[in-house]
Design a protein. Structure first.
Length: 187
């Protein structure tokens, strides 16, 4: 598969949207996460629309809500927008309470398209892998970065893994399972 100018436009748009963002509790540019998720999506067989959605998966949630959703629809179409929307846990400000959002997201997993599932699982693999990397440097202090702290964060990743496994066990879901088991064993 060859990526087209649409992918280039999405990469530029994602960079413009997230330019000022850094990863939680660090100085690492947020784009590293979006590129990591996109890489996983392509490595696990996603097409260009899935790759574009991977680059934009946090755009609605973190960078403008409905106005950003409308721009994604205009610039990248219905399929990309549907994937991004399915990966969004809140589009309103202020966001609902953390636990409520996470429980709703987990409940939504059985209804996700296979494309949205691929992007969502790639997002969780990259996030959990980043937590493991940072845990090795920071130790238990890492949990202060997260609203759910240690207990809530570990609950969320285990619940996500279980929900994705109930939906369908795919190679990327197997990777998530392994990463979450490693995360649990570290802490």
């Amino acid at each position: 598969m060859q990526l087209s100018f649409r992918f280039d436009r999405a990469l530029t748009f994602a960079s413009e949207l997230h330019r000022e963002q850094v990863r939680k509790g660090s100085n690492v540019p947020y784009m590293t996460h979006l590129l990591g998720v996109c890489s996983l999506v392509l490595e696990y067989g996603g097409d260009e629309d899935c790759a574009i959605a991977a680059l934009l998966h946090d755009a609605i949630e973190d960078q403008g809500g409905i106005a950003t959703r409308d721009k994604i629809f205009r610039d990248f179409g219905e399929r990309v927008t549907a994937i991004v929307e399915a990966c969004t846990d809140a589009d309103e400000i202020p966001k609902p309470p953390w636990r409520e959002r996470k429980e709703a997201y987990i409940a939504h997993i059985p209804k996700m398209s296979s494309e949205a599932t691929l992007v969502s699982v790639a997002d969780k693999v990259h996030n959990a892998s980043s937590i493991i990397k940072d845990y090795r440097v920071m130790g238990e202090e890492i949990w202060q970065r997260f609203q759910g702290k240690k207990q809530g964060t570990l609950w969320y990743y285990r619940a996500l893994t279980n929900a994705f496994r109930q939906r369908e066990v795919t190679p990327i879901v197997e990777e998530l399972t392994q990463v979450v088991e490693q995360l649990e064993s570290l802490s």
